[in-house]
Design a protein around this ligand. Structure first.
Ligand SMILES: Nc1ncnc2c1ncn2[C@@H]1O[C@H](COP(=O)(O)OP(=O)(O)OP(=O)(O)O)[C@@H](O)[C@H]1O
Ligand SMILES: [Mg+2]
Length: 208
């Protein structure tokens, strides 16, 4: 779908486009309503992967509502709604989320900005990220895609998980598989916290 068509959809949803955000596998925009910045994430037309990603992210974020340390979902726009608003394609969906001002761990690493000390050492922030992950697990959400590009350190130096689009819900898999996915998350988290600048492959690349 052309840039122009996404911008038109954003306008019809009642927002102003601020900018398109990259890198991204889905189509991600920073937008603004009368008062605030928001994020809208769309799937690409005729693309099952991005469609599945956003449907999954929507489910996971619904369940994660109110947990501190993970981006909050605001609204989901289904295919019908977007078609009514002039989407020229039948299968595009969108997800509206809060905007978190800050930088991803990947951006911090690439730009050689020093990581906030508070993040590296055993701090409140680390504990917050850990407890967000544990609470997500308790609510039956695992495989949180804890990569450096999916964690934002906010301007107030607080870490947020921003993209659980690969999530696995407890009722979808066997008990053993869910346990494995939880263990993988904890391993990724440990790696992120211990070696945020390492070029060694992160454990989420490991196959089972
Ligand atoms: N809630 C948010 N607040 C601020 N910036 C965000 C937010 N969500 C996404 N971004 C920015 O947009 C980029 C892409 O977002 P996201 O990870 O959700 O898309 P994606 O299609 O899953 O991309 P990727 O394949 O890199 O994971 C992020 O790396 C981040 O820079
Ligand atoms: Mg992502």
């Amino acid at each position: 779908m052309a840039e122009e068509e996404y911008r038109n959809l954003i306008k019809n949803l009642g927002f102003k486009t601020v900018s398109r955000l990259t890198p991204a596998s889905c189509v991600v925009y920073q937008v603004k309503d009368m008062k605030r910045y928001r994020i809208i994430k769309f799937s690409a037309p005729n693309d099952k992967w991005t469609l599945r990603h956003i449907l999954k992210e929507n489910e996971a974020l619904k369940r994660a509502q109110g947990i501190d340390g993970i981006v909050q979902r605001i609204e989901f726009y289904d295919q019908r709604k977007l078609c009514q608003l002039d989407s020229p394609y039948g299968d595009v969906v969108g997800l509206l989320k809060e905007y978190i001002p800050g930088k991803t761990l990947e951006q911090i690493k690439d730009s050689a900005i020093r990581l906030p000390k508070a993040f590296i050492t055993g701090s409140e922030n680390q504990k917050m990220l850990e407890s967000a992950v544990k609470e997500l697990h308790q609510r039956g959400i695992a495989y949180l895609d804890l990569t450096p590009r999916n964690i934002i350190i906010s301007q107030s130096k607080k870490p947020y998980i921003i993209d659980p689009g690969t999530a696995i819900l407890k009722e979808e898999v066997s008990k053993i598989r869910f346990l494995k996915e939880k263990q993988r998350d904890l391993k990724c988290l440990e790696w992120l916290l211990k070696y945020p600048r390492s070029s060694i492959p992160y454990p989420w690349y490991e196959s089972d």
